[in-house]
Structure formats: C-alpha cells, structure tokens
Design a binder for this molecule. Sequence first.
Ligand SMILES: [Zn+2]
Length: 527
Amino acid sequence: MKFPRLRHGWLALAAALAATLAACGVNPVTGKKEIQFVSEAQELAIGAQQYAPMRQVEGGDFDILPGLTDYVNGVGQKLAAVSDRKLPYEFVVLDNSVPNAWALPGGKIAVNRGLLTELTSEAELAAVLGHEIVHAAARHGAKAQERGTIMQVGMAAAQIGAAVGGMDAGLANLALGGSAIGLQMLQLKYGRDQELEADHYGMKYMKLAGYDPQGAVTLQETFVRLSKQGGKQQGWLEGLFASHPPSQERVEANRATAAELGRGGAIGAEAYATHVAPLLAMKPGYDKYDEAVAAARKKEFDRAQSLALEAARLLPREGRAQQLLGDLALARKRPQEALGHFRKAEALNPDYFGSSLGLGMAAYELGDKATAQGAFERSAKLLPTAPAAYFLGTIARDRGDTTAAMQYFKTAAGSDSSYGKEATAEYVRLDLPQHPGNYVAAGLQADANGRVYVVIENRAPMPLAAIVVTPVLVDAGGRILQHGAAVQFRGPVPSGQRASSAIDTTHLTAEQLKFVRVRVDAARPAP
Ligand SMILES: [Zn+2]
C-alpha cells in the first residue's frame, strides 16, 4: 500500500461537483442562460472558507493604515450596491507590493497596496473594483471550476522565509488543507470574453455609482502601455496582468462603452490623492523592503541585512521588516537574534501567520519548545502550513504523545515540500511498529526448478531492516490453519526494493501451496 498523499482540496471539489446535479441557470449579470454545476451555496462557501487563508497567503491585511482599507471598502460597497447580483461583498487592502487585485467566488475581493500606489483617481480604483465585482457576480471563477480549467501555477508571492529560512518551496506548497482551491482561484487567467464582460459591466456599475466611466478607459490605456514596456520591473506581469491580460481590444471596447454610457460623473483625483498620501509616504520604505527581499533570495545576506534595517527604520510600524530581519538571522544561524526580531514582528502584526511561524522556528532552534509550540499553534490558526504542522508533530512526539504527533505529521505530509517528505517519514516511523504490513508487501514465488521463495518489497519511503515475515497456510475462508517458520531479513532493504529468501515447502502438496500467504510481523527503519 502506498502511503496516501492527502489532497483534500481536489477530493473535496470532485466530491462537491459529483454530488451536485447540473442546473440550468441564468447568469445574474448578463442574463444569458448557462448550465451551472457549482451552486450559489457552494460559491458562497468557497468565498467564505477561502477569503481568510488567501489573504494570509497574499501578504496579510494591510492594517497599518485602517483608514485606507475603509476608503477602498467604501468605494467597493458603492459599486456593489448597484451591481446585478447581491453578494456578501467585502474589500480589503493587502500588505503586498505586487500590483494586483483578485476576486473569489461569493464577492470576496482584495487589492494589494502595490496597485493602489499606481492608480491616479477614485474613478480608476472604481474601475478596478467594478471589474472584480463582475468576475465574482458573473461566476467567472465558478465557471473555470466547472470547466476544470483552473491550472496549478507556481506561486510568485512566496514568503521570504521560504527563500532564506531553510524552506525550499513557495507558499503554494507549504500551505495545507483546503487552501488548494483558493490558490487556484487566485491564479486564474481570465479569458478574453470574460475580461471584456468584466470591463463592460464594471463600467456600467461605475456610471450607476456616480463615477465617470472614462476612468476605465485611461486605466486600460495605462495597462497596455505598461505591458508594452515589459512591466516586469514593477511586478505587473506576475501580478494583475497574469490574471487580467490587458489589450488594445479592451481599450477600444471601453471607449465604445464610455461613449454609450455618456460622459459625466466623478473622477475624484484629489480625494484619491488625499486618501493614498499616507501610503505613498511609506513607499520608499517598501521599496527598500522589496530590494532586501530580492537580495535575500539571491543569498546576498549582507546587502539584504542593511536594506532590511533601512526598511525597518523607515517603516517603524511594519512587522514584515522585522520578520525579514528575523529570517535573515535564522539563515545566518543566529536564532537568539532572530527571536528578538520575530517577537517585534508579532507584536506589530499579530494577525499575520509569518511572524508567529518565524518565532516558532527561532524558539525551536533555541530548544524552547513551550514558546515554539505556542507560536506554531498561533501561526497554524491563521494559515495551516507544512512547517508549523511538522514542528508541532516533533514537539508532540518528543513529549510522548504519539497520537497527536501522527495527526500533525499526516497533516504536514499533504505538502509537496521537504517538510512534507520529512513528515511522511516521521509518520511511517511511528506507524510501522503497529502496522508493518502497510509498508512491506510479501508473497511466495517459485523458480524454474520448483524452489519456493518468500519475496518481500519495501514500500516505505525509507530503508527498512529487521523485517520478519511468517508463511501461513489458510483455508478457503482465509482462516489460518498452520504457521510456518518465521523468516527474517536482517539487512537493510532500500525503499522500493525487493529481497527474497528460499523456504522449505517439501511437506506441502501443490494444492496446499496455493493456500500459503505471507504475514508481515515486524519491520523497523534502518539505522
Ligand atoms: Zn479581469
């Protein structure tokens, strides 16, 4: 038996899809008839379940300037109020420099601070939010799910800890459990028709909410210009343009829509400038932070360190700068120094999983398991990750709580990272004494001369030693009639390899031989 990889996300999704009968529905935005496999209840459930973990994955809420989030949410709610579909809309600003915005099914929308610093008016912000509202309202994400076109793409926005803190994988691999669906939703590349539809109805909502639809035209013109320049430096290609490809066709279509709707309405350049001023004042600090992250990824730790210190000085209320200093200290094997930075980071941004995760790792390295356990638990509550589950498993194992340890290791095993592999091995080590038969396959084989062998195969992800098996004679119902002599394989058998040992079966008839099974009695990981 192969050790099961736990992919709850897809299984849950497949089950949900299979359990639902396709319904013929009317698209709430366009009024067109369409076949709908994902019910409204499921759409709302995806949004409600995924919004919090996806905000964590994408940088965490930008809570340093709560007034900014209130402003963005206010503009969003004005548009939501005139949209064709009533959903529990929510709008947040995320602490992420990549210019991006996204919508989950059910009307859960997020905008990165890195996009807000690039916009020039409230009408442009309304164009972005109106566009995202249509993606949610017109079921564009749900339709991608129905078509099965959601792709697994590498996550660009991995936490810096993943690069320097000994982690080998992006957050896409480290985040666990139900986050799979949400992650795929964020990486959705909308099709041409959906982009045109989102622009068109988004502009209609702008007009109804009192904004000049011209904002969507200038915005799209800017996007086309930026994409022609490559847009790479400012992160446009990995951000907004990856999911919402700009095009000259969209510019033309928006001009036609604007002409149809008529000019007039608020542009709100001054109002926007006023609300975004505190964020713009912080931009130099974030630029230093981004440079520091890039240097850390290239393992230029000295340069990263001085840039991060400068960022921390410019952004005294931003926990991410302290977290980066902690990550850098961990990478340089200075856990005591790291602990101080992570404590500051957690105090500044207690609602972000990354600061608690770093604190747990620093405390664990210092041997302070009580502090580590508390920090890992706080982190996992905000976002379940493979490292938190793995370390919680080792802490439980070390205090002798095998049941809890196995549960944590099983959870961490769902990740495609070195933590996932290590957790799988730890799980097997604990499970092996109870269920050796789950990891060793055994049977009989005869050679051309009629000599009979016991053959075993190691199906555990590690070498096994001291494998003991016993041939048993069973009746037609599988009941054991007679035990043979136990066979011991002392030496290590590598993972995936076989070993065999001849046995004496001269006392059995050919008919009886058909009823010999091989029972696996014991095995342990090779030292
Ligand atoms: Zn779009």
